[in-house]
Design a protein around this ligand. Sequence first.
Ligand code: MG
Ligand code: MG
Length: 251
Amino acid sequence: MIILKNEEQIRRMKTAGRITGEALLVAREMIKEGVTTKQIDDKIRQHIEKCGAKPSFLGYGGFPGSACISINDEVIHGIPSKDRVLMEGDIVKVDVGAYIGGYHGDSANTFGVGKISEDAQKLIDVTKRAFEVGVAAITTDGGRIGDIGAAIDAYVRENGCSTVKKYVGHGIGADLHEDPNVPNFGTKGRGPRLCRGMVIAIEPMINLGGDAVVERPDHWTVVTKDGSLAAHYEHTVALTADGPVLLTKVD
Ligand code: MG
Ligand code: MG
């Protein structure tokens, strides 16, 4: 069941979104060689709690961190650890959510540590652009969820990368994950109708190699099957009378 949000609810979601976006900026500031993913997670948690919010991911399904921090071939759901130290050339995905006023925000970005390879930079750029292409495909007069994924996947394939199929974006609101699923692939004109009041997390997960992913034995970390690099980019997007609004965008 898709739960539409009224203006007041979207206003509240904007607050959750702002804190979420700020938490990502806090993470971005910290990205450098020698920093551990636990240190980044601690700072993210401090920021969210200082704002009077709760980290959406902490304890979600038993997840032990406030953010998912995934490095290089790790696609999503990396567990922050005092033993994971960032190294020059790494690409780091930080995925974070904040809960306040009864609503969640959810956003992710990929950051390079120092000088990164041309391939890594291309992957990061393609992933962000894929998100933008997905948002640009949204119309609330006859549009469908499949329009978003079809646009994203076509762009990603044109650029020689591949779209993860096993994990998808989602509706978001009072629950972190609501209907509908928002795949990063699909068929234009298919799927649930896009309408005003929908709030969805659009989050392309893009691999430099093949699209297959596997879960590590820790039962959380998802990695590319072929060991290739992966990138992730996500915002919480409200479909309003004025068009799509990125609730988690703060910079
Ligand atoms: Mg997320
Ligand atoms: Mg999400």
